[in-house]
Design a protein around this ligand. Structure first.
Ligand code: AIR
Length: 174
């Protein structure tokens, strides 16, 4: 099956976090591929990868990088496909450096940026973009969203009287 989403990170140190996006895409039945390509350390490989990925079916790019995080911007400069940036935490800036590097793109080259370290949201947003032209996927996302809503509604903490052993008013305090 062709990969519809490219999950790229700038370092192997980002891989565990990026795996959360891969897991979510698996849950939603969205084919994807993972690469570790630093925009700074391997710019020519990145160039080749972005040029070739659409031929394998890639329609959306998710790019996770920390520090001076230029990965998402570098990809966005080379494709008109949607690019989602994930600023990664770490370093003296705690992710703020990566957030600003990712989100502050110049006019004409957008990067849709999710919160610091929010790889799972990036995967979900990628799926939602694909779902605009894929009704079956849209239905799976609707089921996924309904499930998370139901789990909160059915959480014993939110039932009258709160969880076993909780005093009155526990739900109201949540
Ligand atoms: N990074 C790697 N090349 C360019 C950038 N911005 C980022 C990685 C990682 C951080 O630098 O995305 O979040 C630290 O990488 P490493 O390889 O030193 O652990």
């Amino acid at each position: 099956m062709p990969s519809r989403v490219a999950l790229i990170c700038g370092s192997r140190s980002d891989l565990d976090a990026l795996q959360e996006a891969a897991t979510l895409l698996d849950e939603l039945g969205v084919e994807h591929e993972v690469r570790v390509i630093s925009a700074h350390r391997a710019p020519e490989l990145l160039e080749r990868y972005v040029a070739e990925a659409p031929m394998r079916g890639v329609r959306v790019f998710v790019c996770a990088a920390g520090l001076a995080a230029h990965l998402a911007g570098a990809v966005a400069a080379r494709t008109a496909s949607p690019v989602i940036g994930v600023p990664m935490p770490g370093g003296p800036g705690g992710g703020l450096d990566a957030l600003l590097s990712t989100v502050q793109m110049p006019s004409g080259v957008p990067v849709a940026t999710v919160g610091v370290g929010m790889t799972r949201n990036a995967g979900l947003l990628a799926a939602q973009i694909l779902a605009v032209s894929d009704q079956a996927l849209a239905a799976r996302i609707a089921t996924f969203r309904a499930g998370q809503t139901r789990r909160i509604e059915e959480d014993p903490t939110n039932q009258a009287g709160g969880p076993p052993g909780a005093g009155a008013g526990a739900a109201a305090d949540a």
